[in-house]
Design a protein. Sequence first.
Lengths: 486, 486
Amino acid sequence: MDALAAVTDRVRALLPERSVITDRARLRTYECDGLAHHRVVPGLVVLPDTVEQIAAIVAECARHRVPFVARGSGTGLSGGALPHAEGVLIVTSRLRRILAVRPEDERVVVEPGVINLDVTRAAAPYGYHYAPDPSSRQICSIGGNVAENSGGAHCLKYGFTAGHVMAVDLVTPDGGQVTLGTEAPDAPGYDLLGTVIGAEGTLGVVTAVTVRLTRDPEAVTTLLAAFTGTDDAGAATSAILAAGIVPAAIEMMDALAIEAAEAATACGYPAGAGAVLIVELDGPAADVHAELAVVTRLCERSGAFVLRVAADDTERELIWKGRRSGFAAVGRISPDYIVQDGVIPRTALPEVLRAIAELSADTGVRVANVFHAGDGNLHPLVLFDSAVPGQEDRAEEVSGAILDLCVAHGGSITGEHGVGSDKARYLPRMFTDADLDTMQLVRCAFDPDGIANPGKIFPTPRLCGEIPRKHRAADGPAFPAGAEIF
Amino acid sequence: MDALAAVTDRVRALLPERSVITDRARLRTYECDGLAHHRVVPGLVVLPDTVEQIAAIVAECARHRVPFVARGSGTGLSGGALPHAEGVLIVTSRLRRILAVRPEDERVVVEPGVINLDVTRAAAPYGYHYAPDPSSRQICSIGGNVAENSGGAHCLKYGFTAGHVMAVDLVTPDGGQVTLGTEAPDAPGYDLLGTVIGAEGTLGVVTAVTVRLTRDPEAVTTLLAAFTGTDDAGAATSAILAAGIVPAAIEMMDALAIEAAEAATACGYPAGAGAVLIVELDGPAADVHAELAVVTRLCERSGAFVLRVAADDTERELIWKGRRSGFAAVGRISPDYIVQDGVIPRTALPEVLRAIAELSADTGVRVANVFHAGDGNLHPLVLFDSAVPGQEDRAEEVSGAILDLCVAHGGSITGEHGVGSDKARYLPRMFTDADLDTMQLVRCAFDPDGIANPGKIFPTPRLCGEIPRKHRAADGPAFPAGAEIF
């Protein structure tokens, strides 16, 4: 009996029938996450109801050296939850209890399958919300947010998931259970919490998450500014930040993205705009009022030809609807598209956008730009039609070339969508061998057999014994060959 | 020739004579850090001038399996820089260059020996400062701050060192060099930066630090409030925070601490006060003005009988002088003292302070309390006279009993001074075996020979091969006995 079959038998014995999927047609349902062109049918899918079940499943995987992959809502855009053909996909969506709401110390404790927006809903009666707000917040899970260190429009001011998670419970790849992080301001011991956040499930399965709540601001104002092009909108962004104002969000959309959003949501963005900025200010009412005056003036100076302040929540929601629907809306103007995710220093914004436009003109591949302008986090949408031979390949090339542009301008290959299965090959562009080997040594400390989401993040997954400690001084072997170093 | 002698020979060959100390009398100068009752004369002291020298020294230590300990200014209060008798003490105080000041993106890059306050001095012309402000900021080094994840009075609002360090260069315990952290909002790969911050030099030697600057606030107001006792001052603290105000700092001193501060600095705290609160508000002028009115009212309601707002920087400085001199000032009223450091939930403040007072009355050991009231970080100063037989032991007992109180009330054994050599034995009170073993596995990933600051943090330092993966499922050995797992 092969190893996966052995694990399957044990899991069937441990879990109720409704929690175990082995039927090929149903397994296929889980073949991809939000990165739909990477597909692998998992060997086994389990939908545990409890932490103890997760620990038992992982322990069985460890015993038989069978890979496992955790999956939340499956909305990730880098293939972090891409299954393993010979492995177990552990779906956490049934662990959806809110375990504690403690507004008095600004904390909520949730199971990993809890939906992002449900944390805010639980906190709302007390005047709080959960700040990280991916565009997918209505469906994405907190466990997935932790795995990918998710961002969102308001992370410009409030920071990414890592800044809002105070502690997690983790099932380690040997089936053990640990708690990482505490509520103390500076806890003793190693802070391994930050390492696990954004590790994309390669260090274990998160089974409980304590998050920090953010007090609702006294006032919120949302401004829509229309420009003739992205150069002017970029200049306005720089001017606002240089004035010392940190808006809750500054989002930019270019002409093609506006066209798509209009087609999908009738959000009423100004006609003829080559770019729009959405600037949201929040805080004490007096500050918001004063900042709005400055932002308005700076947008005008940068060439804004329409400035519209949302009069109420309905208008604000409409402005955001266009932006939040951004990716899906592109489906209205193109049968297929790739969502790219890269970061550049804000100062490089005009130059990189021009280079993307040239790339698009040279290749005939259309690119729509929707992005978090405030922190230079680009989301170019590269459009193609998979029915036309060659288009997908060309789109992939353009998408890769955009990442090259980001790196060449001192940026990063991912802003908030993660590495997953999609970008592992790009990691050497940002890290030295010594940097990557140090990460792999930590991975091996947690997971010596490499069974936790293998093939993700690292460009050259190695057996743990193969990672060279090559950075050691060279004039004599510090260890006899074959010695145990662990 | 023994291993240390071999390393000494190599270091003499690599470094100039002025950088190598082997003379017993001069070695003794380095026998302790700020935790003066823990003393070990180091085997060798080196004062490198460059990163390359540090890497070479560590590589030699690795080759000969000789322990090394990094030391900045030696102001740490938990013995994190306590030397090793058979090891090398690497003093970083000559690496004191400010490598870059980049106000345009709010960054400063420094060598590890740079003094905390010098970062603020470098940033001041641009309207910025470095927020973490230990009371020792005039002499403590950034490298030491990173090792201990140092806090300070203003960390209530602005957070600890970990929140202000964006990247470090690290010489790993094999002599390799890596960079951890980036300036991207959500970098790919593992975030190992947070693990190294606060690891007290057990994962390597930090050789460069990129810090985030904080914009100087438009307005600052400092309020001194006198109460009859700590109960009232604690109630005022709770009321201020419950009102949704986050002051830059809320510091409390009890009667004995006030007496010491007055004796040392003539800071003019109100006569007859059983406790004082220092509340500092900063931010936009309009907010500070509005918040001051609320804070004043809440202090009055809680029983403040004197309220004094600093009229100018000189008065503000005088108020802070009393607080900052707090520890040293105690020398005026007691020949010896232990600085304890623990955390409790703010709500437990009155109860724990009463328990400390009872402990003091029962044992006859005087305890002065100076602390960061806003985040529940206590600094009880336990007074004794080492010339009186038995007093030191009794003081140690009282100091330990205070930590027990903290843990019993759901707090932590250290707020900001670290574990070091002082508190390793207390770690099991806060962590399970599985938690501690996970940390040790990470330590071993970086340092399989256990040469980087051994004996610190972990209560039972083990050879790396001895850490059980005991949390694995038990019904069958996953590894054959003696197998390599790394």
